[in-house]
Design a protein around this ligand. Sequence first.
Ligand SMILES: Cc1cc2nc3c(=O)[nH]c(=O)nc-3n(C[C@H](O)[C@H](O)[C@H](O)COP(=O)(O)OP(=O)(O)OC[C@H]3O[C@@H](n4cnc5c(N)ncnc54)[C@H](O)[C@@H]3O)c2cc1C
Length: 292
Amino acid sequence: MRPFEHVRCVSAAEAVRAWHDAGNEAAYYAGGTELLLLMKQGLSRYERLVDIKHIAALGEIASTQQGVVRIGAAVTHRRLELSPELQRLAPLISRVERDVANVRVRNVGTIGGNLCFAEPHSDIGVLSLLLEATMTIQGLDQVRRVPAWEFFRGPYESAVEQGELLLHIEFPACREGTRTGYQRFRHHERPSCIAGVLLEPGEDPGNCGRAVVAIGAAGYVPQRSRSAEAALSGRTWREVAAGAAEAAALTAAESDPTEDLTGSVEYKRHLVEVLTRRAVLEAVGRMEEGQA
Ligand SMILES: Cc1cc2nc3c(=O)[nH]c(=O)nc-3n(C[C@H](O)[C@H](O)[C@H](O)COP(=O)(O)OP(=O)(O)OC[C@H]3O[C@@H](n4cnc5c(N)ncnc54)[C@H](O)[C@@H]3O)c2cc1C
């Protein structure tokens, strides 16, 4: 690897300043699981790595009075997997984190690094759409908030502009009675297809008031299926279970898969359909068992 300067920062403002002082020749460095690989392979070169792991605010998991869980960008996957607070407030995140990568990557890789790298086969991308997260981003002069549906712009491209620092991600805490299903398929290191379903009870607890369906790893960016959501919302739980296949077909039709090393367009569309149907049935099954 070519030599580089390592600058350790203790505040977000200091980190942003250190990035800009290097005049476009810097990168933020969190766990390094993606960044250092690129640098070792000579695909990226930076004169300065701005180390953000020691910024206290970026390492916090906190819940606010507004019913929001705020996760600092430098929180590792392993902490998300094991956090008792998260298991209580947003249990799906911990559940999914158990299967992300391997324990070595989870120990150092961060939620912010995952989102900023915007690798198409990301679990966190799907989770952030499914749970309707909001990202807070700091630049030199301003702090701005971006909803998850505007965050992913393309493969390896997010709403975080050059020199901006992702500060934290906010997830609404899980509403009482909400049920989730999450299915992923992988035969390589990263998933080839992911489908997540969230079902919220309506005013009548015998009904599904609102459904969210999100898929990922099939195309360049994670996607929601509005047609499947409309088909599942406002139905009794029995109708939701019976409508799983229809919702899955709608999601597959709405999906925009891309061919890559993990499969062809047809294959991925088929995976989307199979996994969405299973995710709907998993969420309904969890309702019957009283699990989130
Ligand atoms: C073997 C392997 C298997 C994997 N499997 C999965 C999987 O199953 N599911 C899944 O979702 N992911 C998977 N991943 C991806 C993994 O989750 C990411 O590699 C990790 O989260 C990246 O975090 P990091 O802290 O190491 O990022 P880094 O490598 O430090 O940074 C990645 C990029 O983001 C930028 N960056 C980092 N933090 C910030 C910030 N706060 N603000 C602005 N820019 C920032 C960096 O400059 C760099 O460009 C896998 C990775 C590996 C290596």
